[in-house]
Design a protein around this ligand. Structure first.
Ligand code: HEM
Length: 500
């Protein structure tokens, strides 16, 4: 048995080692360690460990050390009575994780939320694109539709994001922190900003101008929560609250009826703003009703949900890095913007800004869980030159923050290094997996990679660019949330020389 992950250098490429190793190194065939425990009790014990007795990171770390392996068996929440089967094989290193992208070996049908599928009442009775395996014909049609929507909005990305940033994020941030000499909850402002931006981008109007009025954010928050509650914990330290949370969130599926009227309003708001998209989908052979429920899921669950979790994490890592990095970002961003303005090509030239975005995506991928089911018997390779036999039908689960902080791939893997992906460091981008694929690959209708991969990277660079055009430095206090991080901005210094 080999030891758990230890030292490494950034020039190491474990995958190449494994590829070339058949003749050079002995690949060890190992039985997958770990246990599921007794039926019913095993999954509940693992669920309580995961949410309450150990916590997520400890849950994985203690088992990785106990089994001396980054590949092992355990149950994943929620378990009884929501998951029909909670047994999974956990993958925690950068090499074994990649099997989740290999669609010749794995099936991605109905695994978005893991070991359970929320009631389809939440999605109009349809399985939206994100629940479909690429072998299902509707996956290709729907994802093509999303690519075409994104392409048609291409020219709006930068100006819309800039104007919304000013009105929905930076103006209120300044009001709280500078004018009122207080602090600002970045997540609340960012939620409002992301919701308005996503709605305007796809449906050409603010959600407040629709039938939802000012209740849009409440409606979508409830709709999201009711679907993902089985895998969330509010993180209270009160045992009584934990008991009730476990009973309400993790034991039985939450009912549809409390969400129904809000969802119907959301559906109507999107339907009334999407006639050209619905026409195009009909021409492609997708029913208008199915398309509209898919638009709700794409714009709110995928796009808003992803941005809601991601932007606070980006600001957290940049904030924690401190004034020295802020000054370097200011210098790079203002010099390039002064010469070329803010364009896709000027953003591409900001090497430090780009690296900072990738490093934050590596440290804290917004969607940390990825699941897939083995289509057939095959072997998984880990970063230890060990192979593990997997049987057809077994569920694989990758916890991404461990895979993208694999010390055999990344030097000082636990540290935020702003220049990690500058120059030669770009070679390591193939181990950045936030989009459900390698950062060096592209989403297609045949894979499950996020179709907005390039857009998210562009908007993240733009967020930092606009921020450091307007401010010199800032400080934050951070905490953790059921999904992502909480960020409070505690000070903000306006730019001493405004280049815009
Ligand atoms: C920061 C923002 C975002 C993050 C972090 C993010 C992340 C992801 C991830 C991790 C997946 C794979 C889920 C899985 O199968 O495990 C995914 C899929 C998807 N994302 Fe994104 N995403 C973001 C923004 C967007 C946006 C703006 C759109 C709008 C088009 C979008 C549309 C989708 C769709 C439709 C899928 C399903 C792809 C498929 O089934 O092949 N996402 N996203």
């Amino acid at each position: 048995m080999s030891s758990p992950p230890s030292s490494a250098t950034s020039s190491n490429d474990p995958k190449n080692e494994v590829d070339q190793s058949s003749s050079l190194l002995k690949i060890e065939s190992r039985k997958i360690a770990g246990e599921y425990g007794r039926p019913f009790f095993g999954p509940i014990k693992d669920r309580l460990d995961y949410f309450y007795f150990q916590g997520r990171e400890e849950f994985f770390r203690t088992r990785m050390l106990k089994y001396q392996s980054t590949v092992f068996r355990a149950n994943m929440p929620p378990g009884p009575f929501i998951s029909p089967n909670s047994k999974v094989i956990i993958l925690l290193d950068a090499i074994s994780f990649q099997v989740l992208f290999d669609l010749s070996k794995v099936d991605k049908k109905d695994v978005l939320d893991g070991t359970y599928l929320p009631s389809l009442s939440f999605t109009g009775g349809y399985r939206p694109c994100a629940y479909l395996d690429p072998s299902e014909p509707h996956h290709c049609k729907l994802k093509s539709l999303f690519f075409s929507i994104l392409a048609s909005r291409h020219h709006a990305f930068i100006p819309l994001f800039q104007s919304n940033l000013g009105s929905h994020l930076f103006d209120p941030l300044e009001l709280h922190v500078i004018s009122n000499k207080g602090t600002a909850n970045f997540n609340n402002l960012s939620d409002n900003f992301c919701f308005d931006f996503a709605f305007r981008l796809f449906f050409n109007k603010s959600p407040s101008e629709t039938i939802m009025g000012s209740n849009g954010l409440k409606i979508v928050t409830k709709w999201l929560l009711f679907q993902v509650a089985p895998v969330l914990s509010l993180g209270s330290s009160n045992k009584l609250l934990n008991f009730f949370e476990d009973l309400i969130f993790h034991t039985f599926p939450l009912p549809w009826f409390p969400v129904k009227s809000g969802y119907n309003k959301l559906y109507k708001a999107i339907h009334s703003s999407s006639s050209p998209i619905l026409d195009e989908a009909e021409r492609m052979g997708i029913d208008r009703d199915e398309t509209c429920h898919n638009l709700v899921f794409m714009a709110i669950f995928n796009a808003y949900g992803g941005m809601k979790a991601w932007f606070p994490s980006l600001i957290k890592w940049v904030g924690l890095a401190g004034p020295e990095l802020h000054q370097q970002l200011v210098n790079e961003i203002r010099a390039i913007v002064k010469a070329e303005g803010v364009t896709p090509s000027s953003l591409e030239k900001m090497t430090l800004t780009k690296s900072v975005v990738y490093e934050a995506l590596r440290m804290e991928p917004a969607i940390p869980y990825q699941y897939a089911r083995a289509k057939r018997d095959f072997v998984i390779e880990s970063h230890e030159n060990a192979v593990f036999q997997v049987k057809e039908g077994e569920m694989l689960f990758g916890y991404q923050p461990f895979a993208t902080k694999d010390p055999r791939v990344f030097e000082r893997a636990e540290e935020f290094l702003a220049t990690r992906f500058v120059g030669d460091g770009e070679k390591l981008l193939k181990y950045v997996y936030w989009s459900n694929g390698r950062e060096t690959e592209n989403p297609t209708v045949e894979n499950k990679q996020c179709p907005a991969k390039d857009l998210v990277v562009l908007l993240s660079r733009l967020m930092l660019t606009e921020f450091f055009l307007r401010y010199d430095t800032f400080t934050v206090e951070v905490g953790s949330l059921p999904l992502g991080s909480s960020v409070t901005v505690t000070s903000l210094t306006k730019a001493s020389n405004d280049v815009k």
